[in-house]
Write a protein that binds this ligand. Structure first.
Ligand code: FES
Length: 79
């Protein structure tokens, strides 16, 4: 993902109930919160009125994409 896209994405509200933006979620993931439960404890995602019905799948996808990105970095030999 290009950095401009990342910047635009970071302003999107992912957890609508708690008004938690993608940027907050992504930095918590980078800090090591690599599960939905860990993110819930750290930044409170999924604790709003919908009880994570609206945000859980989006957040889990972000965790998965982050982990996949990490794997690629390890597997791709530096040139
Ligand atoms: S959108 Fe996250 S708890 Fe409702």
């Amino acid at each position: 993902m290009s950095s401009q896209k990342e910047l635009i994405d970071s302003f999107k509200k992912v957890c609508i109930c708690r008004s938690i933006k993608a940027g907050t979620i992504m930095s918590a993931i980078r800090d090591g919160s690599l599960s939905f439960e860990a993110l819930r404890r750290k930044i409170g995602v999924g604790t709003g009125n919908c009880k994570a019905k609206r945000c859980r799948s989006n957040i889990e996808k972000r965790i998965k994409d982050y982990k996949d990105g990490q794997k690629e970095e390890v597997e791709t030999p530096a040139t």
